[in-house]
Design a protein. Structure first.
Length: 56
């Protein structure tokens, strides 16, 4: 599932809008990475949270 375990960021729904203003459905998916934690357990984390974790 495309959801961050830390911040809860997930899929967002919207519409593509063409030049003639026709609308079709689309999705924006977060940039999710599998990361191993200290206990050897892997969690799904978005790239923004991963960047913040590396800073700390």
């Amino acid at each position: 599932m495309a959801k961050c375990a830390l911040c809860g960021k997930g899929v967002v729904f919207g519409q593509n809008v063409s030049h003639s203003h026709r609308k079709t459905n689309r999705t924006w998916k977060p940039n999710i990475r599998k990361v191993k934690q200290d206990g050897g357990k892997s969690i799904s984390v978005c790239s923004r949270c991963l960047r913040t974790m590396k800073k700390a």
